[in-house]
Design a protein around this ligand. Structure first.
Ligand SMILES: [Zn+2]
Ligand SMILES: [Zn+2]
Length: 422
């Protein structure tokens, strides 16, 4: 959902190859692209293949014009504003803001999944050499390296998990009904609330929603998880219970889940506290695991542990959204059902009941799979597309389905040109 995406550095042959595939896609599928409500009040923007800056402040008056626009401009990435404007095509200060949908971005990149250590690396796209993630410059040309934003099944599952948590907040706590869920086409999900009542919310009000969803400023004292100095020390802890509504129930359910993790290193990571300290806790939790499996057994724990568990539960139960995106009332968001220029996958709209089984490398593939192309792969972790396994590759020339080749090319990991003599 980032409006300032750096364009991918491709060789001319690779660019031409991908460009022609995008072109054919829009010629055939422009009609399947999502048409934002009140399209004529939206700002549009896009990255052409050959440029590194976004062309924005565009105005498109109808769904027909949107189709024509996509075919004519063949964008690498295309966006529209979550906002409605009186003059969407005017410069920012003259647009006259009318309202905006409430947008959320969940990106695996922000989730710090432990697998990233294994699959993240860097590449010098000029010299076509890979480097470990901690290196900053190419030893051959001295150029700045590009991060390879690989995304594995675990990363995608983590993003899905955060999406589920977010939807629970939006539907159950906040009562929103018109919600659009879109796979970003790369590493995450975009969730957009379109209910009438959110449209006029200002930045500050959107920030309050962000705070609610991220659990910012929750008082553990009000929840009964921190001792009230005014009360007798001997009073029983009456913390939240799993059947409580809203955040109380959320904290209770998360606490039960955490309390049943009796593996010290796993718990240490979840609670982000020292390993040695955690061992003391796991001992206590192990003793009371039977009680915790049935209820929130706050009274079985020492006071300081109640506080730590409560804090961890807030962290665990909050949804890890990109807070900047949601409070920005002028945000551009990726146009749904268009191709993502970082992967060649579709930024696909999914129905709520499809989220559980949604597999991007299955349902979001769009480019030809039955045609193959010769390609040189610099490096790639192993992955699956349409159920078939590919890689891992390391300096390999091979023949791959077009959609697989495009994914690797757009991640700067492969080229249809012959590798230069390095
Ligand atoms: Zn280099
Ligand atoms: Zn991963």
């Amino acid at each position: 959902m980032h409006a300032t995406i750096e364009s991918t550095l491709l060789t001319q042959a690779d660019q031409k190859f991908v460009e022609s595939l995008f072109k054919r896609y829009y010629l055939e599928k422009a009609g399947t692209v999502y048409v934002p409500e009140k399209i004529s009040e939206r700002e549009f923007g896009y990255f052409p293949f050959e440029e590194k800056t976004m062309i924005r402040h565009l105005y498109i008056e109808s769904s027909e014009k949107l189709g024509e626009f996509l075919i004519k401009n063949n964008p690498l990435h295309v966006y529209h504003s979550a906002a409605f404007y009186k003059y969407p095509g005017a410069p920012m200060e003259e647009k006259e803001w009318i309202g905006a949908e409430l947008a959320f971005d969940i990106d695996a990149d922000h989730l710090k999944t432990p697998c990233r250590k294994k699959h993240d690396f860097k590449v010098c796209s000029k010299c076509f050499i890979t480097y470990p993630a901690q290196v900053d410059r190419c030893s051959k040309c001295g150029g700045v390296l590009t991060d390879v934003e690989w995304v594995c099944e675990l990363c995608l599952e983590a993003a899905k998990q955060e999406t589920r948590k977010l939807l629970d907040f939006l539907e159950r706590d906040l009562g929103f009904k018109k919600i659009r869920i879109v796979f970003s086409g790369n590493r995450g999900y975009h969730i957009v609330v379109m209910d009438e009542e959110v449209l006029e919310l200002g930045q500050q009000e959107r920030k309050e929603i962000v705070d609610y969803i991220t659990g910012t400023g929750i008082s553990l004292r009000i929840m009964g998880l921190i001792e009230d100095p005014k009360k007798d020390r001997a009073t029983q802890i009456s913390g939240p219970d799993i059947s409580d509504p809203g955040w109380r129930g959320r904290i209770a359910r998360a606490s039960v889940q955490l309390a049943l993790v009796t593996n010290a290193s796993e718990l240490s990571e979840l609670l982000s506290i020292d390993h040695r300290q955690v061992e003391k806790y796991t001992d206590v939790l192990r003793q009371h695991s039977e009680e915790w499996s049935e209820r929130c057994a706050w009274d079985t724990l020492p006071r300081n542990m109640v506080k730590i568990l409560g804090e961890a539960a807030v962290k665990y139960a909050s949804a890890k959204i990109d807070v900047v995106v949601t409070s920005d009332i002028h945000r551009l968001i990726r146009l749904a059902n268009t191709l993502n220029g970082k992967s060649g996958l579709i930024a696909k709209i999914i129905q709520l009941n499809e989220l559980e089984d949604f597999d991007p490398f299955f349902q979001a593939t769009a480019l030809p799979y039955d045609r193959t192309v010769d390609i040189h792969v610099l490096k790639s972790p192993g992955f699956k597309m349409l159920g078939e396994e590919f890689g891992p590759y390391e300096n390999t020339s091979t023949r791959l389905p077009v959609s697989v080749a495009v994914l690797l090319i757009l991640k700067n990991l492969a080229s249809i040109s012959k590798p230069s003599a390095n």
